[in-house]
Design a protein around this ligand. Structure first.
Ligand SMILES: Cc1ncc(COP(=O)(O)O)c(C=O)c1O
Length: 439
């Protein structure tokens, strides 16, 4: 038996018990990024960069609410505001001023936001943006790029890195075209097809930059071509919004889309999302503005508790050097991880933009202006198969929880100690992988 799995089973005994019990209650593990074999961990509480599981293990967290917690877990100012809000009601069944303040914060930070609409998640945001693009242009097709992830709804499943499109009808996927993220291919497709409503893309490149875009030229070229062909450019900033700069990728790279999809950081660690963009498109949601208006109800749209957390988080991001701190932490981690690889004589590549870090083992290559120059095919191969799963378990054996692929989401709350412990842990991870003959 693998030594990594043996150690994991000992360290996370109670999680295994919970998981076994959960087999008769929860279908699957509740979230596709948690199916972690032989069992996932169960966590009880978290503060700053640290979380504690049901076995009492102290874990340095690099999942950070799947990217929602740029300010770390349980930020005191956010917690205080949310606690006060909870005494005043969790659902008002009406608009509240909070939604206006939240919308203003989004407008102030996101350069292309003329009007904002709140949703309850990132998947709802991408679904809404795609419907807006179709309603605005009267056309049917949406282009997405290979491996780009935009949530779990039917329209974004094709070639998104999810293992299966089981249950999604061809009639639906037939309205989506998946292209390689290459501008020549995109240009040719627009020249040959007149039924395109819009294009959606992850502004970091697929899977929060695991397969990076050739920024910013690619995005600027997309902008130019979408303008020329009158199609709607949807920048998916669910993960990179407020992270890669306080104004997201569009501010960092100076490319303004027609519509932006957001979630995660926008709601300060609570459930929530948003779509923002050009008034002429967003006003399709205004009753009576157009000959038809678009329907978008949602029980938890603009929820006051999420709004409260979102307002406070965006306030802090606007007024404090949060992005700078998180970026500096990620930079230390990237440099340190590469040094460990070299010291341990393991071939590998470390990359990622701003506060995001990715490792690709077995490949080497340049990392220029935050962009990995390694071909996507090599990066994809390096992060697929059994290796990411075993690395995740080996890191957990060191009390460190990483994201899928082989990735890390940094926050402003990670400390030098966390990073030093992670680098020390990485040496043990590589040794364990060697002992198990995985590398
Ligand atoms: C770029 C991107 N778009 C959309 C989504 C979907 O968001 P949610 O999980 O809130 O539905 C995600 C989630 O990770 C994402 O990373």
């Amino acid at each position: 038996m693998s030594e990594i799995i043996k150690k994991y089973s000992q360290k996370y005994k109670k999680s295994e018990e919970f998981f076994t019990k959960g087999g008769g209650i929860i279908a699957g593990s509740g979230h596709e990024s948690r199916p972690q074999k032989p069992f996932p961990i169960f966590v009880e509480n978290a503060k700053g960069s640290i979380k504690f599981d049901v076995d009492g293990n102290r874990i340095i967290d690099y999942q950070m609410g799947f990217g929602s917690l740029l300010l770390g877990h349980s930020h005191p100012a956010v917690m205080e505001k949310v606690a006060k809000r909870l005494e005043q009601g969790t659902h008002l069944g009406a608009l509240s001023e909070l939604e206006l303040i939240w919308g203003t914060k989004v407008k102030n930070l996101i350069p292309s936001a003329e009007l904002v609409r709140f949703t309850a998640s990132g998947s709802e945001s991408t679904l809404l943006a795609m419907r807006l693009a179709r309603a605005f242009t009267g056309k049917k097709k949406i282009i997405k790029f290979k491996q780009h992830y935009h949530g779990w709804h039917d329209y974004v499943v094709p070639e998104s890195g999810l293992n299966t499109d089981f249950g999604v009808p061809e009639e639906t996927t037939g309205t989506i075209t998946v292209l390689e993220p290459e501008i020549k291919i995109f240009k040719k497709y627009l020249e040959d097809n007149t039924d395109v409503a819009g294009v959606i893309f992850e502004a970091t490149g697929a899977h929060w930059g695991q397969l990076p875009l050739k920024n910013p030229e690619f995005m600027q070229n997309l902008r130019d071509l979408t303008t020329k062909h009158n199609i709607v450019m949807i920048m998916d900033e669910v993960i990179c919004g407020f992270r890669v700069s306080e104004g997201g990728a569009q501010k960092k790279y100076g490319v303004l889309p027609d519509l932006t999809t957001m979630a995660k950081i926008v709601a300060g660690g609570l459930p929530g999302g948003a779509v923002a963009g050009k008034e002429e498109i967003m006003s399709l949601l205004n009753e009576g503005t157009h000959y038809k208006n678009m329907y978008h109800p949602g029980t938890f749209n603009g929820n006051p508790v999420s709004a409260t957390a979102g307002i406070e988080a965006l306030n802090i991001i606007s007024n404090e050097p949060i992005n700078e701190k998180a970026d500096a932490n990620a930079n230390k981690l990237r440099i340190g991880l590469k040094e460990v690889l070299d010291k341990m004589e393991v071939k590998g590549h470390v990359h990622g933009i701003s506060s995001i870090v990715h490792i690709a083992l077995g490949v080497e290559g340049e990392y220029l202006n935050e962009i990995s120059q390694v071909p996507h095919s090599e990066l994809e191969e390096a992060t697929s198969g059994n290796l990411p799963r075993m690395i995740k378990l080996a890191f957990l054996n060191e009390g460190i929880d990483i994201m899928g692929g082989i990735g890390f989401m940094l926050s402003s709350e990670h400390t030098d100690d966390d990073i030093n412990q992670t680098l020390y842990g990485f040496q043990n991870v590589l040794s364990a992988l060697r002992s198990d003959r995985i590398i």
